[in-house]
Design a protein around this ligand. Sequence first.
Ligand code: PNW
Length: 460
Amino acid sequence: MTTPTQLPADFVWGTATASYQIEGAVAEDGRGPSIWDTFARTAGKISDGTVGDVADDHYHRYAEDIALMASLGFNAYRFSIAWPRIQATGTGPASQAGLDFYRRIAETCHEHGITPWATLYHWDLPQALEDQGGWLNLDTAAAFRDYAALTHDALGDVIQHWITLNEPWCSAFLGYGNGVHAPGKQVGTDAFKAAHHLLLGHGLAMNAMRESRHTDSVLGITLNLYSVRPASDSELDHEAARRTDGIGNRFFLDPVLTGSYPSDVLLDAGLSDWFEERSGDLDVIHVPVDFMGINYYSRHTAAGPEDGVFADPSVPSASPGSERVQHVDTGADKTFMGWEIHPDGLVDVVAMVAERSGDLPIYITENGAAYDDQVGADGQVDDEERRHYFELHTGACADAVAQGLPLRGYFAWSFMDNWEWAFGLSRRFGLVHVDYDTQVRTVKKSGAWFRDFLAAQQQA
Ligand code: PNW
């Protein structure tokens, strides 16, 4: 008898992190500045005024962190490689010290029976490239290809699993749309061009890695996808849902998996002509991937503006061209990010990808919940809400598999508390609590739950 949370024996169970959120050591061993170093130092951008200079000090503590990960029973670790550690200014030869750091991480994983999964771009663009236009500049796509090729060539013997980009929607629309993320620009619908250059960079990098001597590499991309539904049956709300799903999901899924952009989104944005001129890039973007990564956190319930006018170019927005779409509060429980908890949405987004990609393996490369955790008087962190969140979402994974969807693994976000972008240190996502004064790690109740859950998976 299989229990509801019983998953196949070869299911991948990991945790995930990202370089700038955990490493610190921003000026060590030749690392150059990234757009996040600059952005975090810009007054008013980070809610608690912190920067990532130290973060979890993982650069110096990676060995004990990976050992702790292993003690919880995870068999995979998704981390990201900081581009400015490999190329301080984003071009030129690779830094040996930078490569060595990630080789040590990969080797430490192997010593503990953990499979390393490397993300090449989790948002820390070298500042020197931003100074030349960043992702609004077509040349950045070629620079990303070169960085990916030399990093993969140097580390492909110890890292088999590679993810090109993490969440290009965030890079394009939070970075260049509403400016809530680095580099903090507000360029209106031109943010779609940044998205295109990111996707082109993905395709170029995929091709370069495919042509390398590491022919057994397993290559993919990670998108943040949402379960989207209209707030009511009205035409306006359906239109709002179409636009939300268009920018957040289809604009990224379709070019990668089917080789075309959704024409309705280009029309909404008023960019059909620009994209027509770039249509030759779609062959590159459409290069076959070995798997799709999905970061799933929440559901959106979309409503339209009563006057039916969706665009308001005067508002800096993460959905340019759809500034006036409303996200309705359904009254469901939310995490400390204000994100609605909706486990069935995980099945929705896996089905959304499978519909376009057939049997291609799918991994949830992030899923998790922020809360305002405290260490109790007994030294424990009782994060029952997060434990419950993980129970529900691992259950959703089992549902997806039971429905025959090709879901092959799950990575919890995050292994440990870390520097949460525009929220600095004020949002905790970890299975492991981090005291930022002492750097002491404490396994939370959710981490202990995972240890028991994974042990039970193994025995079944
Ligand atoms: C993802 N949004 O970010 C990232 O991949 C992680 O680095 C991050 O820590 C995690 O999710 C939690 O936030 C997102 O505004 C940031 O919709 C913002 C959004 C979505 C994802």
